[in-house]
Write a protein that binds this ligand. Structure first.
Ligand code: CTP
Ligand code: MG
Length: 251
């Protein structure tokens, strides 16, 4: 593959512990259909012709293990690099970004914890960035009504308000960016953290950083199968989706 020109690079934050999934290996290394979540996620990206390079941010003590794992799943012929991730998702993404060659203009960031993202979503996000959108997130409408509360863990929580559901979207990955924009907002966030003072609330996605510094973010259609494996029930659903795909492929 070729990492220059209009071809995008992808950063895959995979250094999380997966605490909400319960005890066991780091989440990215947990298996779905006998294959680690990370391998599914990297394959989904590598399948896209829009992606020329994949940089995985692995658990800091698991870099060699992740390299071996990717090789053993036949991903050794693709342009895939592995770096040590950080203590937060944001730091892992920043470390991954630092490993992308200067000439790459488009960067996608994709959670290892979203193993089943369809290649059409990867292609659509990359195409929107190529068409001139500086920050693109795939998203789906919400099924549940959402209420804002005053958090009071374990006790009753007063409701503050109810945003109109039709205006809400649940955002997924891969999120796509003009590389310079993404590098800049990560550097700004790091500089602010290092400077101390009142900490900004943590962002849970990269587009959130672009928004924090006044950038424009657009949403494109995501896909229900791009859901994030977070809790044990998500793994049950992911196994079912994978089994359905494998059965369909068998015909
Ligand atoms: N991630 C990372 N580095 C961290 C924390 C998270 O690269 N220090 C990655 C995870 O590996 C995952 C993605 O960010 O692919 C989304 O994070 P999340 O779903 O929260 O995963 P975990 O942090 O592993 O799970 P939990 O919050 O339940 O511990
Ligand atoms: Mg987490």
């Amino acid at each position: 593959m070729n990492a220059s020109g209009a071809v995008a690079a992808a950063v895959v934050p995979a250094a999380g512990r997966g605490e909400r999934l319960g005890p066991g290996a780091p989440k990215a290394l947990r298996e779905l259909g006998g294959v680690p979540l990370l391998v599914h996620a990297v394959r989904a990206l590598a399948r896209s012709r829009a992606v020329g390079l994949v940089v995985v941010a692995a658990p800091a003590d698991g870099v060699a293990e992740v390299v071996a794992l990717l090789d053993s799943h036949g991903l050794d012929d693709k342009d895939i690099r592995v770096v040590a991730g950080g203590a937060t998702r944001q730091e892992s993404v920043r470390l991954g970004l630092a490993a992308i060659p200067e000439e790459v203009g488009i960067v996608l960031v994709h959670d290892a914890a979203r193993p089943l993202v369809p290649v059409e979503v990867v292609d659509a996000v990359a195409a929107a960035v190529r068409a001139g959108c500086g920050a693109v997130v795939p998203a789906v409408p919400l099924a549940d009504t959402v209420k804002r509360v005053e958090p009071n863990p374990g006790g009753p929580e007063p409701v503050v308000d109810t945003p109109e559901r039709a205006t809400l979207r649940a955002v997924q990955t891969p999120q796509g960016f003009d590389r310079a924009t993404l590098v800049e907002v990560h550097a700004k966030a790091l500089a602010e953290e290092t400077a101390g003072g009142v900490a900004a609330p943590p962002v849970t996605d990269d587009a959130g950083l672009v928004e924090r510094y006044g950038g424009t973010v657009v949403v494109v259609p995501g896909h229900e199968e791009a859901f994030k494996v977070t809790r044990p029930l998500d793994l049950v659903l992911a196994e079912a989706v994978l089994a359905r795909r494998r059965a369909a492929d068998a015909y």
